[in-house]
Design a protein around this ligand. Sequence first.
Ligand SMILES: [Zn+2]
Length: 127
Amino acid sequence: MFKKGSKLYSIFTGTCPKCHHESMYVNKNPYILSEALNMQDKCSNCGTKYKIEPSFFYGSMYVSYGVGIAFAVAAFVISFFVFNASLISVFIAIVATLIVFMPIILRLSRNIWINLFMHFDKNLVKK
Ligand SMILES: [Zn+2]
């Protein structure tokens, strides 16, 4: 399921949505915060421009809302049901999770967003 050619591969690795050959991001590490959202203009392998139009990635904010909720729910389930934490601890756990994972949430959202518009093309894969 996470193999090249599936959207999940591109979403979780941040690779070019069309050829899955290289990372869309200048720096692979999302925790270099100053560069967390710096993206290449286009793919050096297949030439795909990532920014389909100006402010294209603003739309990913809607996705990050959903992704953030998914992380919050996970934090809730783990702290409340696994660790039996009190409600105030659960609340702190949720806030901490959202802060700690924010760079990943933002990147995942962009990856999901761009994969809604672009599709894998096996003809573009480097032989
Ligand atoms: Zn590409």
